[in-house]
Design a binder for this molecule. Sequence first.
Ligand code: FAD
Length: 540
Amino acid sequence: MLVLGDQLSTRVGPLADATPGEDRVVFVEAAGFARRKRYHPQKLVLVFAAMGHLRDRLRERGFDVDYHRVPDFEAGFRAHLDAHPGEDLETMRPASHGAGEALLDRFASARATVAADSATDPDARLLVAENDRYLCSPAAFDDWAAEKYGDDPESFRHEDFYRWMRERTGHLVDDDGNPVGGEWNFDDENREFPRSEVAFPDPPDLDVGDDDVVREVAERVANEFETWPEVANGATIVDGGETPGGGADLAPFRWPVTREGALAELDAFVADRLPEFGPYQDAMVERSWSLNHALLSPAINVGLLDPEECIETAIDAYEDRDDVEIASVEGFVRQLLGWREFVRHVYRREMPGLAAANQLDATEALPEAYWTGDTEMACLEAAVGHVRERGYAHHIERLMVLSNFATTYGVDPGDLNDWFHLGFVDAYHWVTTPNVVGMGTFGSDALSTKPYVSSANYVQRMSDHCAGCAYDPDETTGERACPFNALYWDFLAEHEDRLRSNHRMGLVYSHLDDKRDAGDLERIRERADAVREMGADGSL
Ligand code: FAD
């Protein structure tokens, strides 16, 4: 069987039924994949080291394991067919659009080459099965959407889907079919401001730096791959530099690369951070990069953890302990049972158009600060810094700083998607694309009915960044005015034809009318243009 780098699970898929001594396990570490596009160095270390660890573990259990370190998948398949011409490979369909067909194509080419070279046709096949790493299959989702929305099956909404998933799985549903705690959704209780006395536990030190496999892979990544570029004045100037991986750090590397490490990450989250996960889910603070977020997406997305076991562990803690409130556990379950599954299906149904969608015709290049992290905007500096240091920023930094700023600035959603794909250790096309192009930038309305945009107001209300920032969140124009403000009003004015009729935006358009009536709009738009110039020349 073929184990792909984001399917490193022995609990589902072909590996779940494999027998040591009987079944061969094949890994293909295709360097060309990581050369065609740049990735954060920690992403490459995470995936390659997790593959290496699973290889070693399967060998210890008595499996025959072939680990092909090759330029591309076709070369990996050729190596397999040369050595075992009659052995089929089974795998699960990759979640990214077209990737299953691409694997089948590469396999067919490899088979043709081996047949031509050896004058006998290897009769091995590549068998691509359903991807079992999700909680809702494509068929189940499609049946639900068809039944629920009848004539308009594309109008599916997350809230309906999430509720259906709760009913279907029975998670946080009582014996009478009612939601535990009396509500299906405690989102209103997820919005507390983190006062300075609120402490956020440090995430566990997983000791991954001492791991031999990590060390070997990290050395290769530093020497052989182009990763985060150093950028100045809009141009890439060097790769490498003081830290391996250019402008992003390779150390300290803290992401689990083994099943044991991933379970330790899950246990630490449930023990220390789940109790306060709910109240501070929408907050940001200078003193903590992680707050109470789970930090589980890197492990879940490569297959070291299953979403179901994360959900069950959190619900068990709620049932067994007094310190876990329903708003926290429901908030966590909603993310995994609801959002994660929902975005996967939106992506599946909306591709290939979704990746190129740009309904607001945004064409600006990314501000230089997204590469350098050098900016006087405290919130943006912190969020980009977190990405450079660990390949991670939590959800609110992603949505309300990195995407909000890029959207109101007018960045092309495809460029922002590429940046997220490069920058994050948990980035895969199936999950980054709907989140960036749909939720983050409103490049498509497939995921939300209105853009998630805000002035400085959100950051000021939900974080402590503004207190020490060089910019003033209460000013809209003038040199010291927070850039978010002019960009926000400029964005609303620019997209008035499309957005004013949206009933969820009526209130903000009445505020825009006030600014227009007061004669302020022209100066606001000039300030927004000035902000874009500063973004482009690196002086933001
Ligand atoms: P928590 O906040 O603790 O949430 C728990 C889990 O819920 C996460 O581990 C994740 O598996 C799941 N989850 C929550 N929200 C989402 C969501 N919208 N989509 C998918 N899963 C979700 N998630 C990725 O896994 N990879 C990405 O590349 C990615 N890119 C994003 C880009 C943007 C612009 C935005 C707004 C969101 C993105 N997300 C992405 C979703 C979400 O931000 C991350 O899953 C989350 O921040 C991961 O950190 P955590 O494990 O600490 O999550």
